[in-house]
Structure formats: structure tokens, C-alpha cells
Design a protein around this ligand. Structure first.
Ligand code: FRU
Length: 498
């Protein structure tokens, strides 16, 4: 569990990582090594808004219970430590460790300050640990990749082993140019330029925090596709920060995608629903994956916030949480290959505190009994809309507050409405309705919903689409209801787990 103190109890999540104190943004350096998951993150060690960017650090045996560790890589007068990744350098290619004690190597962006001879630039640097991630030493030869650019950042490094050879690959961005740039290296220290991807698809903001990995389609190891993740801000599908993905091939040099639009891009309005989106809500940003996760799994985590209003969320002493961790895979749905996501479930194994099955929902709102209420819940619902015009759930309801998850079978659109969710007044853009088109399957809609003290994460149709939104209701707003409008529907099943 995330460490909780008396400090800033209100809204402090139970199942989502927060820094004990102060600000966090992007997940960084996600890595599994020697039985431990490492979550580093953009952190201001001395304030509740962005600044003094350093890598905070937390460790976990299971991706659910996190222990905060001391700051891993601290800013200094010359540089802020911006986002990046970390690898287990198993063969000690960098020479920072020994064959018997291979090092962990972090690749981060040095954002140079005025006191530095490289002032104004962003370049990639290394730090290493030979004690399992407890202490980190900056490499004396930093930076290791410098293009003389002011917006070259967020390196994600992985070991490529394919037809073109075996070497480290770095994917980073030229953020303002909306480009992903690829480099290769034998030792993590000397980097050679490979190729550039983009601009393409959503370009309504700067490109940040890329990732690149391959996944089997429908679990078939003989049929893999490469996934290029590009976060962008603003220009996300729901407004402000968001993440898109491209499917394609990577031949060791270049990533190419056949489903990509590169001509006639409208930067002002490139939020096309037909593009690949990681999430359809407002609060899933800078999502990247763990390196070296066991069993070939691909697990991602995002910053559960949005740069539009992130500095003003109404918490005290701490600000911003990470999303739940997501297992991602590729699956054929309809006639398309899509990214499908499932949360690593904090409620796994818990018996439902309330269940219902096979109930006709007459038009109206049906409040669930008190035992089904709560602010930290998993809700699994399967609904057959039948003759209803709209079906859905009221979440975190109380007094005039409610967060409304609704589905219209006529349009096939699922919406999460947080306009009356609670405290929305801290920023003019916060009150919002998020939407995604999801087809019924056999006439049914399946929803898995995670509520925590200040968030709602919705996984629809077994992870075909997700909506992640922060909400800031009163503590007492814990009621739950199901509803149908315009005609009867069937509640095929409902399980509430606490
Ligand atoms: C994304 C981002 C990154 C940068 C970091 C700075 O949220 O802007 O591009 O490295 O945050 O904190």
C-alpha cells in the first residue's frame, strides 16, 4: 500500500501510488530486477507544484504495494533530471558494474539550467547503481546524446535482438517537431542515430515520453507487431494531455506504420477518434512500460493527471497519483488489431460485498444498498441495454454530487461525466464529459470500474477502451446506483468488491 500519513488525508488514494509529500508527474525508469519493481518518477522533493525536477523512487514486490525510497537522482545547480528510463545491463556492456554484479543504468534527460555551459539544451545522460537501485552515480561522461536541441528528451531504452543485430535502442522525442528519434548503442555510452518517425496522427501538442515494444497478436508468438507509444500535450483525445499509439514494424533501424496519417495534418484539430488512443479520459499521461517485466509481460503505468490543471488539483501536502498498473496486449477485435488493457487488480481474490444478477432494470435510478457503497471499490457490471435509450451507473454519489458513467446503445457511445463529481472549480477546464465509442458484444456492455478516493478508471469490453478521470467528491459521497432510461434493460450481473 502507498504510505499514508495524517498529512493530506482527504483524497489520498488507497491503491494508487502517491509521493508521501510533494509533487510528482511522469513515471520514469520503470524496471523489474531481482524480484523488485522499481518506479522512479518526476518529483519535486520540496514543493507541491512542478519544480526542482528529480527522480523520486518507490519499490514494490507486486506492483500493488509500494514503498517510498529516498530520492534517487537529484537535480543540482547545472541540471534538472527530466524523464527517462532504466535498464538492467545484464552483460555489463556499460562497464559500470562487473560480470557478477551487473549494474542498473538510468538514462534520463539533462535539462540544463543557466548555470551550465549547456544552458537551454536538453540532452541524454546516464546514472548507474551497483547496489540494486539504492544509490545512483552520475556518469562522468554525460551527456551521452546531445543534438544541440532545446527539446530532445524522454529517452526509453531497450535491448533489441533481431535480424539487424543485438544492441541497445533509444527512442526519444524532438518534442516541438513532433518527432520520435531513434538511436543505437553497444554500451549505452556511445549513441548512433538511426531514424526519425513523425510527425504523424495526433500532433496537437508537443510529443513526449515515447515507448517502443513488440507484442504477440492474440497471444500468437509467431505473429507480433510493434507498438510505438507517443504521449502528447496538449492534443490528447479528451483535451490536454493524452497518449496515442501506432502499430507497425521495427526492423532494428526504423519504425514504420501503415495506419498512419502524415499528410495534411491539422495541428489545431488532430484529435481523431480513429487514431490509436491509450485512454479516453483526461488523466492518463506519460504512460510507458516496465523494462524486463517477468514472463514477457508488457506493463504500463501513467501519471493520473493532466498538465491543463495538474498544478491546481485540490489535495494538500501531496499532489498527483500514478494510475493503476496495466497489462497491455494486442488482440483482434472486429477486424482490427487493437491494444487491450487490464489493470493489475488490487482487489484480486476479494469476495464481492454485493452481487446481483439477471435483474430487469425498469426505467429509473436504482440505488444499491449501503453495503455496496464506498469510495474504494471495484465494480464489475454487465448490462444488456435492450430497449433502454441510456443505461449506466452513478458513482461516488451523495447530495448533489455524482459521477455518471452512461452508455447509449443508439450511438454506441460510453461517457464519463464528472461535471457534478464534486470539487471541479479549481480549474475552468476540469468539469468535463469524456466519451468513447464501444460496440456492444452479443448485445451486452461489460464494465470494470476502479474507484479510489480521487479517481475513476473504467475498463470497457474487457479492456478494449479505458477512461481514466480524477474526481474530488466529498468523503461522504459514496453511494452507487444503476439506471436505465427510455425503456427496460437487463442487469446481467453486478459485483461490488471492496
Ligand atoms: C512530460 C514532461 C516530459 C519531461 C518532464 C518534465 O510530462 O514534460 O517531457 O521530461 O515532463 O517534468
Amino acid at each position: 500500500m502507498t504510505t499514508t500519513t495524517a498529512l493530506g488525508c482527504q483524497y489520498r488514494p488507497q491503491h494508487h501510488y502517491t509521493a508521501d509529500r510533494n509533487w510528482l508527474n511522469d513515471p520514469n525508469g520503470l524496471l523489474y530486477a531481482n524480484g523488485t519493481y522499481h518506479l522512479f518518477y518526476q518529483h519535486n522533493p520540496s514543493g507541491t507544484v512542478w519544480g526542482n525536477m528529480s527522480w523520486g523512487h518507490a519499490t514494490s514486490p507486486d506492483l500493488l504495494h509500494w514503498d517510498e525510497q529516498p530520492v534517487a537522482i537529484a537535480c543540482d545547480e547545472q541540471e534538472a533530471i527530466f524523464s527517462g528510463s532504466a535498464v538492467l545491463d545484464r552483460d555489463n556492456t556499460s562497464g559500470f558494474g562487473t560480470p557478477d554484479n551487473p549494474p542498473l543504468v538510468a538514462i534520463y534527460t539533462s535539462a540544463y539550467s543557466l548555470a551550465s555551459p549547456l544552458a537551454g539544451r536538453q540532452a541524454q545522460s546516464l546514472a548507474y547503481s551497483t547496489d540494486g537501485g539504492t544509490t545512483w552515480t552520475k556518469y562522468v561522461g554525460n551527456p551521452v546524446a546531445d543534438r544541440g536541441s532545446a527539446d530532445f528528451r524522454d529517452p526509453k531504452v531497450f535491448w533489441y535482438d533481431g535480424a539487424a543485430g543485438s544492441y541497445w535502442v533509444m527512442v526519444a522525442v524532438e518534442a516541438v517537431d513532433r518527432e520520435v528519434v531513434l538511436y543505437k548503442s553497444a554500451d549505452l555510452k556511445a549513441w548512433e542515430y538511426l531514424s526519425t518517425f513523425g510527425p504523424a496522427n495526433a500532433t496537437g501538442g508537443v510529443w513526449e515520453c515515447p515507448d517502443l515494444f513488440d507484442l504477440p497478436v492474440d497471444g500468437d508468438a509467431g505473429n507480433t507487431q510493434w507498438v510505438l507509444v507517443v504521449n502528447l500535450n496538449p492534443g490528447g483525445i479528451a483535451g490536454g494531455s493524452g497518449g496515442q499509439y501506432f502499430l507497425g514494424t521495427f526492423d532494428g533501424v526504423a519504425f514504420t506504420s501503415e495506419t498512419t496519417v502524415t499528410e495534411g495534418l491539422q495541428e489545431d484539430d488532430s484529435r481523431m477518434p480513429e487514431y490509436g488512443w491509450l485512454d479516453w479520459g483526461r488523466d492518463y499521461y506519460a504512460a510507458v512500460s516496465f523494462s524486463n517485466a517477468p514472463d514477457g509481460r508488457r506493463r504500463m503505468i501513467g501519471w493520473m493527471n493532466n498538465w491543463q490543471y495538474g498544478a491546481g488539483t485540490p489535495t494538500s501536502g501531496w499532489r498527483s497519483a500514478m494510475s493503476l498498473v496495466r497489462d497491455v496486449s494486442l488482440a483482434t477485435r472486429g477486424n482490427r488489431v487493437v491494444l487491450v488493457q487490464a489493470a493489475v487488480d488490487p482487489f484480486d481474490g476479494g469476495a464481492p460485498v454485493y452481487s446481483d444478477a439477471g435483474t430487469t432494470l425498469e426505467p429509473g435510478t436504482h440505488w444499491l444498498p449501503a453495503e455496496a457503497s464506498g469510495d474504494v471499490l471495484r465494480i464489475d457490471a454487465e448490462i444488456e441495454p435492450r430497449e433502454a435509450r441510456t443505461v449506466g451507473l452513478l458513482l461516488r454519489a451523495g447530495g448533489a454530487e455524482q459521477t455518471v458513467l452512461s452508455y447509449e446503445p443508439g450511438t454506441g457511445v460510453l461517457s464519463l461525466d464528472r461535471t457534478a463529481s464534486g470539487n471541479t472549480g479549481f480549474h475552468e477546464t476540469f468539469a468535463s464529459v469524456e466519451s468513447v465509442a464501444v460496440p456492444l458484444e452479443d448485445g451486452r456492455l461489460r464494465l470494470r470500474i476502479f474507484l479510489d478516493r480521487c479517481s475513476v478508471e473504467v475498463f470497457a469490453q474487457d479492456g478494449l477502451a479505458t477512461i481514466t478521470d480524477q474526481v474530488f467528491p466529498e468523503e461522504a459521497s459514496t453511494s452507487l446506483a444503476v439506471f436505465a432510461e427510455g425503456g427496460p434493460a437487463t442487469l446481467v450481473s453486478l459485483d461490488v468488491v471492496r
